[in-house]
Design a protein around this ligand. Structure first.
Ligand code: BTN
Length: 261
């Protein structure tokens, strides 16, 4: 299903096909970043690449290793109306991907704020949600399936996990992509209705008891320590510092969260 071509002209000319209900999916062997490419596509398009040469993560300085065998997928979702209305989207997208992965079987993924998908203390998937236009958002998903990220980047050793090691019952990369696209569509429908509360409650349940973390705020170098207490009704991170100092932060205010336990 993939092709050897990488150019955007080729992508537009013939490699798209309706795949999962309601999506048009482009597939390529290699591309710089599926997110960058998806930024030029209309809503309900998605791009999947076998490899990325310039995969991007939430931490700007760090390249996202995107070797063959992993899922590198970007999906374009419509976001009509005021921007604030969609501020929960990055969190809800993590929820949708985690929900899809539960279907793959025998996995109990958890979320690390804002949307890392973890199994225990190892990272299974990361999401990068970007807005290139006023009325769409690109949800980029990087998921380790059969790839070995630590071979390309030894410092990742012990910090990542692959789906193939957790759910050996053979799902292809393509099948996992379908499950995720289906789940993203469902999440979007929920957000258009009264689903925000349900997703926020479910996220807070998943996060469980308060966890010690340090967060780095935009523009600051010294991290702040506290107890991560989930999100509030607007989707903002809640942090308790000591017993009487409770603070909330919008996702855009936090560049990094590190779990301390
Ligand atoms: C992170 O955890 O830092 C987010 C990583 C997101 C990686 C995915 S791979 C598909 C999409 N294309 C990109 O360039 N990045 C995202």
């Amino acid at each position: 299903m993939s092709t050897s071509s990488t150019s955007s002209a080729d992508l537009r000319d013939g490699m798209k096909r309706p795949i999962e209900a309601g999506w048009v999916v482009h597939t390529v062997e290699t591309i710089d970043s599926t997110n960058t490419f998806a930024g030029r596509l209309p809503a309900w398009s998605a791009v999947r690449a076998d490899t990325q040469s310039g995969g991007r993560g939430r931490i700007v300085e760090r390249r996202w290793i995107s070797d063959k065998g992993g899922l590198w997928l970007s999906a374009v979702l419509p976001c009509p109306g005021p921007r604030d209305r969609w501020s929960i989207l990055p969190l809800a997208a993590g929820w949708a991907v985690a929900s899809a992965l539960k279907e793959v079987g025998r996995i109990e993924p958890r979320l690390r704020w804002p949307n890392d998908i973890m199994v225990g203390n190892r990272k299974l998937a990361g999401l990068l949600v970007e807005r290139f236009t006023d009325d769409t958002a690109v949800v980029g998903v990087g998921l380790n399936i059969f790839n070995h990220p630590e071979q390309a980047e030894p410092s990742l050793h012990g910090h990542t996990v692959r789906l193939a090691d957790l759910a050996p019952s053979v799902y292809t990369v393509d099948e996992v992509a379908h499950l995720i696209l289906h789940s993203l569509r469902r999440m979007h429908t929920l957000l258009l209705g009264p689903g925000f509360k349900m997703i926020a409650n479910d996220l807070n349940r998943t996060w469980g008891k308060p966890r010690p973390v340090e967060i780095t705020l935009t523009g600051q170098t010294r991290p702040l320590e506290g107890l991560f207490q989930g999100i509030d009704e607007l989707g903002r991170l809640r942090l308790a510092i000591g017993s009487d100092d409770f603070r909330t932060y919008d996702a855009s205010q936090v560049t990094l969260l590190r779990e301390l336990a």
